[in-house]
Design a binder for this molecule. Structure first.
Ligand SMILES: Cc1ncc(COP(=O)(O)O)c(C=O)c1O
Length: 378
């Protein structure tokens, strides 16, 4: 790690962090090759679309800008089910001492009357994904949610067959309660955030996200004959960004990674500047899924060393990006649209630091459906 080579720009109110040494940094991490075949066995599997944004490419003087549309992943309005499904499956196969190639039917049959129950916490998409996976395995999920959660969101989670428990507190309080009760009831606690004492399951969540990258590579290979040059990823606690970094910094040649988070929940920016994980208190943001105050423990070394550049965006910038995409017929919610806002900002502040030129193929991770649509989906 070379602290001296890290740069942060302050022009007017704009902020960008860059790490030139990430360009040559290699990830040694490899993911389990059974993940994509596993996802392919789940009902309604299909690669999500990679949509071209020709006008954006022209405006930003890039060869191609594409958005990975995760607004309908397995019929759910976000990508989270990729990680939730693999993490639940690996947890139960571990409990049953089965290999990571066992079929869903084999697992379900072996789990039989063992009475596995899953405990998790969520601010929306994650809990619904865990609940969906639990019901696929014939098991019960108990989903702890913060006090402020919308009734419609709670109903969607309950509709998956889960018990929804409202905690008198925020998301962090819900996580603590899910972990405490899960332990008390000898259930399986499934979280998408890691701490020093809880790493294996969140790592499976990250591993599960690798399917998105494998699909992107196949899609860009078909479109332009190679992998993307730059991938832009939204950051909450950083699990998805970890999946992006380990995949694209393992590949040869590697791709550049730009990460984006809300200016009101800039836990990665704060940690990158400090050179260590620093927890912050966050403020409300329209980018709800990105409202996290602490970088997930397992992601930190990869993000510290492998993120080429990082920007923060405002709610207003995410809204403009969401509207711009909608005008182009691409319906993506604020967390996913934040990538377009971040790319636009990075192009103004430091195009060289994201290695963007007229030959570049850029992929934005459009991680969710627009809010209304997310709530309306069956
Ligand atoms: C829609 C959406 N996009 C992106 C993220 C960021 O994910 P992570 O917490 O892995 O950084 C989240 C997290 O909840 C999300 O819900």
């Amino acid at each position: 790690m070379n602290q001296a080579s890290r740069r942060r720009h302050h022009y007017h109110l704009m902020t960008m962090y860059s790490n030139p040494s990430a360009r040559k940094w290699k990830s040694e991490y490899t993911t389990d090759p059974s993940i994509l075949p596993f996802h392919q066995t789940l009902p309604n599997y299909g690669p999500t679309p990679l949509c071209p944004l020709p006008q954006i490419a022209t405006n930003l003087e890039a060869h191609k800008v594409l958005i990975k549309d995760e607004s309908r992943r397995f019929g759910l309005p976000a990508y989270k089910i990729l990680g939730a499904s693999w993490a639940v499956y690996r947890t139960v196969t571990r409990e049953l001492d089965l290999p990571s190639t066992a079929s869903l039917e084999e697992v379900k049959a072996a789990a039989g009357d063992k009475g596995f129950e899953y405990y998790t916490a969520t601010d929306g998409n994650w809990g619904r994904a865990v609940a969906r996976m639990a019901s696929m395995l014939g098991a019960k999920a108990h989903v702890y949610v913060p006090k402020v959660m919308l009734e419609t969101t709670k109903k969607k989670i309950a509709h998956e067959g889960a018990e929804v428990i409202v905690v008198d507190g925020d998301y962090d309080g819900a996580v603590k309660e899910a972990e405490r009760i899960g332990k008390e009831k000898r259930g399986l606690f499934i979280a998408d955030i890691a701490w020093e004492w809880y790493q294996e399951i969140p790592q499976w969540v990250v591993d599960g996200y690798s399917t998105m990258m494998v699909e992107i590579d196949q899609q860009t290979e078909e479109l332009v004959g190679r992998r993307p040059d730059l991938v832009v990823c939204p950051v909450g606690a950083g699990s998805l960004a970890e999946a992006v970094v380990v995949h694209y910094k393992h590949a040869v040649p590697s791709s550049a990674v730009l990460t984006v988070e809300p200016d009101t929940a800039a836990c990665l920016m704060t940690s990158l500047e400090a050179g260590k994980i620093v927890s912050i208190s966050t403020k409300d943001t329209s980018m709800c899924g990105l409202n996290c105050g602490t970088v997930t423990f397992t992601a930190w070394p990869s993000l510290r060393d492998g993120v080429d550049a990082h920007v923060t965006v405002t709610d207003e910038e995410a809204k403009v990006a969401e509207e711009t995409l909608a005008e182009m017929g691409i319906l993506i919610g604020p967390c996913g649209a934040a990538t377009l806002a971040g790319l636009t900002k990075a192009c103004k502040e430091g195009k060289d630091e994201i290695y963007l030129n007229r030959d570049s193929v850029v992929v934005l991770l459009g991680t969710e459906a627009p809010r209304g649509a997310a709530l309306d989906m069956a």
